[in-house]
Design a binder for this molecule. Structure first.
Ligand code: PPS
Length: 349
């Protein structure tokens, strides 16, 4: 009897081990995370990494990641197959991604704000560079198996050089890039590092600012990220669109209209107004489909440290930068962007 039980147990363990070994690495990560999540033990693997790690993708592009475990996913992204009607919102993290995701989704769904409220952004969009996670993030696996008859919506913070080869080589679908003045972008990213336990500790504000200026945050160099997308945009104006956080803030309705034109959607004036009402900071920060409060229960976000929808303002950098930090930053910004045709606004009015 004991012998039969032993053989059976051994066979089960062996079969499971072989099955796991044959899985794609990202599916292994997803399965492991889902098991831990169901057991309430996900924090075991979400322990804050001490520092970001530099890894080199197979195309030679170097990137800083919270964990080298994320490299296999990046390799999958490079091979990812695009579809001709894909919509991709591409940003340096904390530039206004969520805001534009919501606007774009509503423009493409006839301003159906009820439908938007019924499902979180994480369920309406795929996050290209992450594996599927629990029931909150649809990652690359969901994007791959997205129904062929339904348009895919995705977001990414990847530098252009790590986007799917297909998209790097030629336009596919429509891409919307969102940019934000780097001082506010840095402040928002600093607070995000405080709240997302998967990212390395930001350190003090002053330490974080140094990392941001030298491209040592996990989002990489803001300057390189933005300038590369802007350079590609010069050659792809019919399939790419650039919008700034500051222009959305200063004239939301006009920007929604321009986005609708780019997306080739004919909306009525009252549909545009409905989108504008739905997408104000005060409305989106109360809306559980857009404020990421659903992620809190996974343990990934610590809302005690900071909210996802934090302030939503232009100029909060003034509450963080000292006078010396600000003038040193301005000097560096001036120098590094002197050839740029893309301009930024740092003042609320
Ligand atoms: S992420 O994690 O990279 O996707 O974050 P992202 O959405 O790019 O950036 C979050 C910041 O955008 C602000 N936000 C808004 N501001 C104004 N109006 C609306 N509707 C809006 N929605 C999001 C959000 O508050 C974060 O900025 P800070 O400065 O931290 O408040």
């Amino acid at each position: 009897m004991m012998f039969i039980i032993g053989i059976t147990a051994f066979s089960i363990v062996l079969t499971t081990a072989l099955w796991v070994k044959r899985m794609r690495t990202i599916n292994r990560v997803t399965s492991m995370m889902n098991v831990l999540y169901k057991l309430g033990l996900q924090r075991l693997v979400m322990a804050r990494p001490k520092r970001a790690q530099e890894v080199t993708a197979s195309n030679g592009f170097k990137v800083l990641l919270p964990s080298a475990m994320m490299l296999p996913t990046l390799e999958e992204v490079l091979k990812f197959r695009m579809r001709s009607d894909d919509i991709i919102v591409a940003t340096y993290a904390k530039a206004g991604t969520t805001w534009v995701q919501e606007i774009v989704w509503l423009i493409c769904h006839d301003a159906d704000t009820q439908a938007a409220k019924a499902a979180t952004l994480g369920k309406r969009y795929g996050f290209l560079e992450t594996p599927d996670f629990a029931d909150v993030t649809q990652g690359i696996q969901t994007l791959e198996s997205w129904p062929k008859n339904k348009r895919r919506f995705m977001k990414t913070h990847l530098p252009f050089q790590l986007l799917p080869y297909e998209l790097q080589n030629s336009p596919k679908g429509k891409m919307i890039c969102v940019v934000r003045n780097p001082k506010d972008n840095c402040v928002s990213l600093y607070h995000f590092h405080r709240m997302w336990v998967g990212l390395p500790e930001p350190g003090t504000w002053s330490e974080f600012l140094t990392k941001f200026c030298t491209g040592q945050t996990t989002s990489g160099s803001w300057f390189d990220h933005v300038s590369k997308y802007w350079q590609v945009y010069q050659e792809r104006k019919s399939s790419m669109y650039f919008v700034s956080y500051e222009s959305l803030k200063k004239g939301l309705k006009g920007e929604v209209k321009k986005l609708a034109t780019f997306l080739e959607r004919n909306l009525t004036e009252s549909q545009i107004d409905a989108i504008v009402r739905h997408c104000t900071f005060s409305s989106m920060s109360k809306n559980s489909s857009t404020n990421y409060t659903d992620v809190a229960r996974t343990g990934a976000f610590e809302f005690k440290a900071s909210k996802f929808m934090r302030k939503g303002e232009i100029g909060d950098w003034k509450n963080h930068f000292t006078i010396n930090q600000s003038s040193a930053f301005d000097e560096m910004f001036e120098q590094r962007t002197k050839d740029w045709t893309l301009k930024f606004e740092f003042e609320p009015a």
